[in-house]
Design a protein around this ligand. Sequence first.
Ligand code: FAD
Length: 491
Amino acid sequence: MAEPEVVDVVVIGLGVGGEEVAGRLAEAGLSVVGIERNLVGGECPYWGCIPSKMMIRAANALAEARRVDGLAGSAQVQPDWAPVAKRIREEATDTWDDTVAADRFTGKGGRLVRGSGRLDGPRRVRVGDQVFQARHGIVLNTGTRPSVPPIDGLADTPYWTNHQAIEVEQLPESLLVLGGGAIGLELAQVFARFGVRVTVVEALDRVLAIEEPEASEVAAAALRADGVEIHTGVRAERVEHDGSRFTLHGNGGAAFTAERLLVVTGRRAHLEELGLDTVGVDAAQRYLTVDDRLRVSDGIWAVGDVTGEGAFTHIAMYQAGIVIADVLAHAREAEAGPDASGTASVVGGAMGAASSLGASGSSGSAGSVPRADYRALPRVTFTDPEVGAVGLTERQARERGINVQVGFTKLGSSTRGWIHRVGDDGFIKLIADADQGVLIGATSVGPAGGEVLSALVVAVHAAVPLSQLRHMIYAYPTFHRAIEDALHDLS
Ligand SMILES: Cc1cc2nc3c(=O)[nH]c(=O)nc-3n(C[C@H](O)[C@H](O)[C@H](O)COP(=O)(O)OP(=O)(O)OC[C@H]3O[C@@H](n4cnc5c(N)ncnc54)[C@H](O)[C@@H]3O)c2cc1C
């Protein structure tokens, strides 16, 4: 067995969160090994947020051009996927090559090890024949992979996940999208706007089921206006592929055919691969259970999708900031401990950096490490109109027994919505805790729904009293001014 190599920190998985933790700890002077088996940066830059938003930007440009007819004359639009595919290939992903990201990490002083890492006992990580002993800790950032339901016949077909949908160079003539969540709807609308005949099949009784029902209605109407067929309440039971076309059979005899099938029915963490049993952590959980400093157990932290706290890049980055502060606080404690002289010779530079970070107030002592707080977790579905939401939905708030007040206004009845005219679908919905006099949730749907959301995130995060929200000044005529109308509706 290989002799373990002692380092300060090992990060398994260099997705969004892992790359941030590993890079910042390396910059702070710790010896950091980052292990990645695919591309440094993870899902977001190569198959997620960034390329999908490039697709959406292009599809929205087509939609805006089509709106010229209602506002400014006439426009003829000729969609062409080639520039979109080229931009994703060349600008977003470097043809799915992570050299820039890998160099960014090693440029900060980190050491990149390619391969699959797994825990191998307390503070130990194995990658192939290499074993590392982590003096200060191990950070797990192994993310999620598409969760493909066990539908009869599906596994034997060339179905797409988000990877193939993002990498596509030639659009199919038709596409079945299995799953009406955020990713399914975003991609469905993009492909429809480029002329693909798209059908969305969703098992629940509405699309975007985790958001407010009003948001589901607006999103479904918008996609239908783009020509997307939406079937809700249909459970997929069997899939066939005859070499060129897919047929999806649902309950009640429903059947749908298309050239391609995109499966976007959620994502799953693969904890069984991580050697968690060697450190006494239950690998049968759905996600890694973490405390509010993202600790899994002594000396092990987790960040990102694998924690199950929200599958968003902004969650991974938020958590990364907490883990960085906590690991540095630990490193400082170790330096100050009884055997500090033993470690100081090995990690003198690291300790110096950690101490200076503490002195400058960037991370603070263990006592001042920030705690994770997800009350004001924002989420945006980048359909057109965008669906932004923060905190609790009305239903979640009522289920918690909160004395709920609801405020609602349609965007079209605001001055800006009226001016905007075509494409002004949307609303603001506010959920207030009447006893506390604060907002605990909000939804902002509209052409700039995700941007308008920011004001509502501040309100929920900082528990701004409703009286103050009612008496602040909202610029005229902005979309966010509709928040004021919804506040009036609360009373
Ligand atoms: C189509 C799509 C669109 C999205 N759009 C948005 C959006 O607009 N906004 C947003 O906030 N989020 C979006 N997301 C979600 C976002 O991509 C994820 O939340 C984010 O990537 C999670 O980052 P992470 O830090 O958990 O790591 P991930 O990006 O999941 O990366 C984990 C990394 O760990 C590696 N790994 C796993 N196991 C091992 C192992 N044992 N050893 C070594 N390496 C390992 C993997 O190869 C991977 O690179 C989107 C996702 C998809 C699929």
